[in-house]
Design a protein around this ligand. Structure first.
Ligand code: NAD
Length: 504
């Protein structure tokens, strides 16, 4: 296998980043980061205990007054420097992300890392634009204005599918708005979150503003969510864990932001450009080996185009090159773990009983046998209420289903508990516009599926959660607004006192 990131050069001091330095965890359990392309352990670290979480929260709490008191311009300067340090370290970040996730180096180099640098630069600018309503004399006797204030210590929890970008999405709006943060990445993929935090420190962001605890969900995660000094929980992950997190956070009346699972529909109307739709479906269902919360998972294709779409998608899927993630020629890497690969294979194997596997449906074997690889898979003939249509598979699996009228296409697109993302494919502006209005999802693309941009919000409808990552909308999650009201009359007996004093 190709030129690999050497983890041992980076994290000899441990995998907890607290108060601006690395240290070992103190749980009584170790965890290994496994390269999913080979199944070999590349780094073993001691997990965070509840005590480590306490220390990280204390560091964040201590750093809060000064960071919250910095001017927006000062925070902006620090974030600009942070973007610069990340850009200098782009190659290392791309290689580390590829190693721990099994992502093709082309994906981390062209998507994860530049996206993260751009997000950092965006929040450097946005930090100076925390806007409120205009001030005014709304009652006549008072001047009112709104202060937008940080919330305090944010406790964030992130998944393994885009560890670097998820760290960025959680940390950047929080600190741009003047909060401090403790982030718990997924146990499987701690490396780039730690590198992100180190870059923050090296850019001059004060110690304690960004802290990383790498621990188990049940231990470090739950302790962070329930911590009395944590003012807000921001969670990205699966819907079942999100429900548990919400329950725990509610006990201490925390603000909650939940970015949960998805099962994105990809609706192809009969006037669509078939070639564009087929290419789009393959790229959008296979990106990151399908381990993308917005990945295209359910292609609803209007009947006149259905057979040609299925044929073309299968043909294109068969051209996708599985291989060593470190090789720039590789299109598709392994899944995150052998357990995830087996979980995906389970969905497909069960579907053979009620549907047709048109292509894929197996591990590649041969040279790739040791890795958690799975071939691009297309399924047809599955009933709308079957598990491959309703459940989040989180693998390189696309289900294609035909529909007749436009009403049916939109109804089927909305017929899952999820509502994170969707796309509509049509050359008719009225049809496409109707789909954007009627599909219940936090993002609807037209004639594309997947691109994201720092200036625009990302977040779910329905069981995909609530609240927004990225864009200025994320400040709604990470700030609270305070109404300040000044009396302008300077009289002791104010007009409204008549409610108590009558005419006296
Ligand atoms: P997961 O829910 O299993 O884990 C997410 C994080 O929660 C991990 O850090 C994990 O350690 C932690 N965790 C687990 N149990 C916990 C508990 N009891 N208390 C506190 N924390 C706990 O998700 P995953 O398998 O890591 O990631 C895949 C999921 O993430 C998919 O459902 C995917 O759709 C979702 N996701 C959503 C978005 C989005 O923006 N909506 C983005 C990426 C991923």
């Amino acid at each position: 296998m190709g030129n690999r990131f050497q983890v041992s050069d980076h994290f000899t001091d441990g995998a907890q980043y607290i108060g601006g330095r690395l240290r070992p965890g103190t749980a009584d359990e170790d965890h290994s980061v496994v390269d999913p392309a080979t199944g070999e352990s590349v780094y073993t670290y001691r997990l965070a205990s509840a005590g480590d979480v306490d220390d990280a929260v204390a560091a964040a709490k201590a750093a809060f007054p000064d960071w919250a008191g910095a001017t927006p311009g000062e925070r902006s300067d620090a974030l600009h420097r942070f973007a610069g340090v990340l850009a200098e370290r782009a190659e290392d970040l791309a290689r580390a992300e590829s190693l721990q996730c099994g992502k093709p180096i082309r994906l981390t180099t062209e998507f994860d890392v530049p996206g993260t640098v751009d997000n950092t630069a965006f929040f450097a600018g946005a930090a100076r634009h925390l806007q409120g309503q205009s001030a005014g004399e709304y009652s006549g006797d008072h001047t009112s204005y709104v202060r937008r204030e940080p919330i305090g210590v944010v406790g964030s929890i992130a998944p393994w599918n885009y560890p670097l970008q998820m760290a960025a999405w959680k940390i950047l709006p929080a600190i741009a708005a003047g909060n401090t943060i403790v982030l718990k990445p997924a146990e499987l993929t701690p490396l780039t979150s730690l590198m992100f935090a180190q870059a923050a420190t090296d850019a001059g962001i004060p110690d304690g503003v960004v802290n990383i605890v790498t621990g188990a969900g049940r231990v470090a995660g739950e302790h962070l969510v329930g911590h009395p000094d944590v003012a807000m929980t921001s969670f990205t992950g699966s819907t079942p864990v999100g429900k548990r997190v919400a329950e725990i956070a509610t006990r201490t009346v925390k603000r909650i932001h939940l970015e949960l699972g998805g099962k994105a529909p990809f609706v192809v109307f009969d006037d669509a450009d078939l070639e564009a739709a087929a290419h789009g479906a393959v790229a959008a269902s296979l990106i990151n080996s399908g381990q993308d919360c917005t990945a295209a998972t359910r292609a609803y294709v209007q009947r006149p185009l259905f057979d040609a779409f299925v044929e073309r998608v299968a043909e294109l899927m068969e051209t996708v090159r599985l291989g060593d993630p470190a090789d720039p020629a590789t299109d598709l890497g392994p899944l995150i773990s052998h357990a995830q690969r087996d979980r995906v294979a389970g969905f497909v194997d069960r579907a053979r009983g009620y549907a047709t596997v048109v292509t894929g449906g197996m591990a590649p074997g041969g040279e790739l046998e040791k890795g958690a690889y799975y071939r691009p898979t297309l399924i047809t003939g599955a009933p709308q209420d079957s598990e491959v249509v309703q459940s989040e598979i989180f693998g390189p699996v696309l289900v294609a289903l035909p529909f007749d009228g436009d009403d049916e296409g939109i109804r089927l697109a909305n017929d899952t508990p999820y509502g994170l993302a969707a796309s509509a494919w049509s050359r008719d502006v009225y049809r496409a516009n109707r789909a954007t209005r009627e599909i219940k999802a936090g993002c609807v693309w037209v004639n594309d599926h997947i691109p994201i941009i720092s200036e625009m919000p990302h977040g779910g409808y329905k069981s995909s959660g609530f609240g927004k990552d990225m864009s200025a909308y994320s400040f709604e999650e990470y700030t609270q607004v305070k109404h300040v009201m000044f009396d302008n009359t300077a009289v002791a007996a104010k007009d409204w006192h008549r409610t108590i004093f009558g005419d006296r």
